[in-house]
Design a protein around this ligand. Structure first.
Ligand SMILES: Cc1cc2nc3c(=O)[nH]c(=O)nc-3n(C[C@H](O)[C@H](O)[C@H](O)COP(=O)(O)OP(=O)(O)OC[C@H]3O[C@@H](n4cnc5c(N)ncnc54)[C@H](O)[C@@H]3O)c2cc1C
Length: 576
């Protein structure tokens, strides 16, 4: 059996930053970093527009409390205000720390880090490296992993989280190239497993964003929080769905409908194209639905007035994406866009020190989560652009510091290696042997279409109920899948089968949570309950996976900044 002080699952921004912090805090600790893709290929590398912090380089009157207010208002008041205070207060320090590590941020003429406007942020506070910010940060962090000699288990797929008697004890991991299984025990485990965009048929997320960590936690009896809040990014390139960064609008691009009108004036007159994403995505969907789209399918994102020089300097990647996918040169032509699934506001509930919470707000011994898979909750019902990279770095570092202290007092838990190994072998052998008739690709496409048709930007009771019934039918079909590859080496079909299990579990929880929240808040927009309802729903959803289906409970929202600044932090109508 493999034995470590700490096992981190995920090598994206959150997992890598945690590993770096542990190595800095106590280099004697034995840490394993397990990742199904090489860490440098984690979705974080694709992040484009930037990372927020009230550095005051461009707007001297910015401060953390204004950043906190923007975040809480953007979240439609569902964010936990204690967590938002940590996020925004620590932001400047983590950016400076990244810069000291060598991250190549774009600069102002005087050499300080440049900052651009972003949706829902009052001030210009988004730091960036052109429109390749995730690439710049992740490369630096991953090179630190090598410098600190953190043992990497890359191309190892975690297929089980071992939880017994209220204690997380270990993992069962599967080596994709060789088919080898190992049981790993550790004094503490950190999940930094990212999002689940692939639950839907059109997403900006990469192929590996299948919500595995969420599924594994749910199957171990841990609740998932606020899963009904799925972020649609307003500008997915039509029809492929790849992301055109908000930085493009931050630099001044217009959204224009089929009638040549800058329609955001109707929805968010004070912010126009830089309204928060939930509002902008609903505006685009409404324009298309009411017949003002272009070819009834999309709207235009128009950069032409920015001029070639600014486009090539500030958003070269967006220029390349439009050219590569559609042959459109945005210097001369507008590009077609429509909303695309982008981000998971919900996730595994944690304390502000990243320890996972189970029923009745009890921390689960030995289990931590950070980054997109966690719900600490700084984004509430809607995340502001450039706050996610920030969350990964702030809470990744915080998780690392907490873990380095936490394991000092803990001994290795006892794990029955034979039992878990045999169980995993049976699971894989059954997948390989079963004579089923369902093709993974077909079932996955049917599932993604179901979620997209029934749990999209606009929802209602009938759509969601039918969606849930369909997901349950798809779950039954999953029992009958068939694999063609029966070998051990690089059996990617096994991984696809396991990922499909994750998608279906997570999808079911999303729909069930959405069905129970009979109000509209942030990204969750119910046509049958169009108003926000604080009296009944200013609370977090907790969804449990059970044999009978999804069981829903609720927990209160932290409103602690309200005492500090009641005028801004008391929930009020959200207008831009
Ligand atoms: C195209 C795009 C652009 C974005 N741009 C921005 C931006 O400009 N600013 C911003 O703030 N946010 C942005 N975001 C959001 C942000 O990038 C992500 O939320 C963030 O990077 C997530 O980081 P993470 O460390 O939580 O997870 P990820 O980077 O997704 O990493 C997940 C890790 O978990 C591992 N893993 C998952 N399942 C398993 C398993 N079963 N076994 C083993 N390993 C597993 C993977 O191998 C991977 O290493 C963007 C997102 C996208 C998709």
């Amino acid at each position: 059996m493999l034995e470590f002080d700490i096992a981190i699952v995920g090598g994206g921004l959150a997992g890598s930053r945690a590993a770096v912090e542990i190595a800095r805090s106590d280099p004697r600790l034995k840490v394993a970093l397990v990742s199904k893709v090489h860490p440098i290929r984690s979705h974080s590398v694709a992040a484009q527009g930037g990372i927020a912090a009230a550095l005051q380089n461009v707007d001297p009157n910015d401060d953390w409390l204004t950043h906190a207010f923007d975040t809480v208002k953007g979240a439609d008041y569902l964010a936990d205000q204690d967590a938002v205070a940590v996020l925004t207060q620590q932001a400047p320090q983590v950016i400076i720390d990244l810069e000291h590590m060598g991250v190549l941020f774009s600069r102002l003429p005087d050499g300080r880090i440049a900052q651009r406007p972003f949706g829902g942020h009052t001030n210009r506070r988004t730091c960036y490296a052109a429109d390749k910010t995730g690439h710049a940060i992740l490369h630096e962090l991953v090179s630190r992993l090598f410098q600190y000699k953190v043992p990497l288990f890359d191309e190892w797929y975690v297929l089980k989280l071992i939880v017994e008697e209220g204690e997380a004890k270990g993992l069962v991991i599967y080596h994709i190239p060789t088919g080898r299984l190992e049981v790993l025990r550790a004094k503490a485990i950190l999940f930094a497993t990212g999002g689940y965009g692939r639950v839907f048929n059109t997403t900006s997320n990469d192929y590996a964003s299948t919500g595995d960590g969420l599924c594994l936690a749910a199957m171990a009896g841990i609740p998932l929080q606020d899963m009904e809040f799925v972020q649609f990014h307003p500008t997915g390139l039509y029809p492929v769905g790849v992301l055109i960064s908000e930085a493009v609008r931050g630099e001044g691009a217009y959204l224009v409908n089929g009638e040549g009108e800058r329609f955001m004036a109707r929805y968010a007159p004070s912010r126009m194209e830089l309204a928060p994403r939930d509002i902008t995505s609903r505006a685009i969907a409404t324009e298309i639905r009411e017949g003002r789209g272009v070819n009834s399918r999309y709207v235009f994102l128009d950069l032409r007035h920015l001029g070639k020089e600014k486009i090539m300097e500030r958003v070269p990647f967006a220029h390349d994406e439009a050219l590569r996918h559609l042959g459109i040169d945005v210097v001369y032509e507008p590009m077609p866009v429509r909303p695309t699934v982008h981000y998971s506001m919900g996730g595994i509930p944690t304390t502000i020190d990243c320890q996972v919470l189970v029923a009745h707000d009890q921390p689960l011994t030995g289990f931590f989560a950070a980054g997109e898979c966690a719900c600490v909750s700084v984004h509430g019902a809607n995340r502001l652009g450039s706050n996610s990279l920030l969350e990964c770095v702030v809470f990744g570092a915080r998780a690392g510091a907490t873990l380095a202290r936490y394991v000092q007092e803990r001994s290795l838990p006892a794990v029955d290696e034979q039992r878990y190994r045999a169980e995993a072998e049976r699971l894989l052998q059954k997948l390989i042997d079963q004579p089923g008739s369902e093709r993974i690709a077909t079932l996955r496409a049917d599932f993604q279409d179901t979620l997209t048709d029934h749990c999209s930007i606009f929802r209602d009771e009938a759509l969601l109920s039918e969606g849930l019934a369909q997901v349950q039918r798809l779950k039954a079909r999953y029992q009958n899948i068939r694999l063609d590859d029966r070998g051990k080496l690089y059996n990617t079909e096994i991984v696809e089968a396991l990922e499909l299990r994750s998608l279906i579990e997570v999808g079911e929880i999303i729909v069930a949570s959405a069905l129970q929240r009979r109000e509209s808040r942030g990204a969750h927009s119910r046509s049958d309950y169009p108003e926000r309802n604080d009296a009944d729903y200013l609370k977090h959803t907790l969804a449990y996976h059970t044999a009978e289906g999804v069981h829903i409970e609720y927990r209160p929202v932290d409103l602690s900044l309200q005492q500090k600044d009641p005028e801004r932090f008391t929930p009020q109508a959200r207008k831009y």
